[in-house]
Design a protein around this ligand. Structure first.
Ligand SMILES: Nc1ncnc2c1ncn2[C@@H]1O[C@H](COP(=O)(O)OP(=O)(O)OP(=O)(O)O)[C@@H](O)[C@H]1O
Ligand SMILES: [Mg+2]
Length: 509
């Protein structure tokens, strides 16, 4: 199909971009055909978002050429991008929260009545309804943007772009915050758009999405293009090798370590209607995976264990001792460590990489009561190397790191601290393949040293591969428990989706 179209819709030649201390793009060529989904892959910090931002006009390239239909164009502002039909679909709302969907979509070009010059609201809502229909959304045009979930907002962004005659859509990790159901809906809209000749540049760390969506894949590494492949030549192994620059043989490393005494015992924990009467335990050396779909109460459970949302009832014991966790400070004191799903919550963006990493383990960084900066630096350097964090130096402000590198810094904090019970909520979201392997290794190491690990995830393959035991949550309750290796993904999904309470393993602790 693509071979028959000789003229790319969009062509990038020799694109370069340097930030202070970082060459984000070295000399990148890229092209895109009408109706094509071109997947952009690469490790954290490889330059993917930078390329997208240059196309959407929010960042200026230093040099290089952008051609549209074979003619050079200048994109120096989001306005230019819009004029040329290039639209970035933001995940976080670029919608105005307090305005209705209709007002958001039609902002800046509200149709007016000829005679009076007043806004023709009937037409606004009628046009808006068409747009919503186009992206398969069945909601009222008067709904306020602030009342929409991520999935719906994203679709509206797409609808808005299409109504503005966008020919190129830029999607940067669009599925990272969607439910299984929303992902399917997005994919079917994508298929429809491609069929209508719209072209898409798509960034994601989920390799399974490549074969599902892409026509071609381009891999970036350290700001350089490693290569472009048609999807049929792009096996996961090939792509990983291109991204990481080496062979990754075991994607889910897991050590078998002796299981000891209970590290965490939770009894009848409740938090409103979101977590109901949840009881379980995690032993020393054990990795317990908690699987649940979005909205199952997974994150609420993690947050209440760590004291971020005070529970209404229930008890929490750490190494046999009853605790009274009412705040994160209580939780840390009791020996819990927590990695949040929302990476920015855990980070101080205006602080450097090193202090962010050593934050929770200051005790071990002191010398005569002062922070030992040499020691802090040493610890940070080791972690930067291990997780392959792209940063010019360990004092770079975290706000200037790529999204995935920020997540890695948040993880690194707990690689420094020594928690007795480690609670990790979606720790691998948004990070690249190589770093995922490091996270799994880290879990195993922690377990080997006697920590209990509670690992919340919505990625079935990882839950199934690295857990000793799997708890399934649905509608705020624990609905099933499986021993590692004793369940199929169908079993787990059935419980997660159905919320039935008669699991084969029952609800044991
Ligand atoms: N505003 C900025 N100031 C300084 N450096 C920046 C800035 N924005 C990005 N960078 C750096 O440019 C490089 C490329 O970042 P980019 O966000 O494009 O990576 P990415 O491929 O999207 O990674 P991820 O998968 O983590 O999202 C990184 O080293 C990043 O730290
Ligand atoms: Mg990015």
């Amino acid at each position: 199909m693509l071979e028959t179209m000789r003229q790319p819709l969009l062509e990038l030649k020799d694109i370069k971009k340097t930030y202070p201390g970082v060459q984000a793009l070295k000399k990148v060529d890229f092209d895109l055909y009408p109706g094509e989904l071109h997947f952009l892959l690469g490790e954290n910090g490889a330059g993917k978002s930078t390329l997208m931002k240059i196309l959407s006009g929010s960042v200026q390239k230093d040099s290089g050429t952008i051609l549209l239909d074979g003619r050079e164009i200048a994109i120096t502002s989001p306005r230019d991008a819009d004029r040329h039909g290039v639209a970035m679909v933001y995940q976080e709302l670029s919608l105005f929260p307090a305005l209705s969907i209709a007002e958001n979509i039609m902002a800046g070009r509200l149709p007016r009545r000829n005679l009076t010059g007043t806004v023709d609201w009937r037409r606004v809502h009628a046009e808006c309804r068409e747009i919503l229909k186009g992206v398969g959304l069945d909601i009222s045009t008067t709904t306020l943007a602030q009342d929409l979930g991520v999935g719906a907002s994203q679709l509206i962004e797409i609808g808005k772009a299409i109504s503005r005659k966008a020919r190129v859509l830029l999607l940067d990790e669009p599925t990272s915050a969607l439910s299984v159901h929303e992902v399917e809906r997005l994919f079917s809209i994508i298929a429809d758009l491609l069929g209508r000749g719209i072209a898409i540049i798509y960034v994601s760390h989920k390799l399974a999405e490549v074969s599902r969506l892409a026509h071609r894949v381009t891999v970036l590494r350290d700001g350089e293009k490693v290569g472009t492949l048609p999807v049929n030549d792009a096996s996961e192994a090939t792509l990983i090798r291109m991204m990481v620059g080496r062979e990754v043989t075991d994607r889910y490393p897991k050590e078998i370590v002796p299981i000891g005494k209970p590290a965490l015992e939770v009894e009848k924990l409740s938090l409103g209607r979101r977590v109901r009467n949840v009881s379980f335990s995690v032993r020393e050396g054990e990795v317990v995976g908690v699987f649940g779909l979005r909205g199952s109460g997974r994150t609420s459970l993690a947050r209440s264990l760590f004291g971020l949302e005070p529970r209404d009832g229930g008890t929490i014991r750490v190494q046999g001792r009853l605790t009274d966790i009412r705040s994160p400070v209580d939780a840390i004191r009791a020996g819990l460590g927590y990695i949040t799903e929302e990476r920015k919550l855990g980070l101080v963006l205006r602080m450097g990489v090193a202090p962010n990493m050593t934050f929770a383990s200051l005790g071990s960084m002191l010398r005569y009561g002062l922070i030992d900066h040499a020691k802090e630096r040493q610890a940070a350097l080791g972690l930067v190397e291990r997780l392959r964090i792209v940063t010019p130096h360990v004092h770079q402000l975290v706000e200037f790191l790529s999204g995935g590198s920020q997540q890695k810094v948040a993880l690194a904090r707990w690689l420094c601290a020594r928690a007795r019970v480690l609670i990790m909520d979606e720790p691998t979201r948004g990070i690249d393949v190589g770093a995922k392997v490091e996270v799994y290794r880290f879990l195993s190491e922690q377990a080997r040293e006697g920590a209990g690990v509670l690992f919340f995830s919505s990625e079935l393959p990882e839950v199934m591969s690295i857990s000793d035991r799997i708890l399934v949550m649905a509608q705020g309750e624990l609905v099933a428990t499986f021993n590692g290796g004793e369940s199929t993904s169908d079993d787990i999904m059935a419980y997660a989706a159905g919320g039935s309470t008669n699991g084969p393993g029952g609800i044991s602790s």
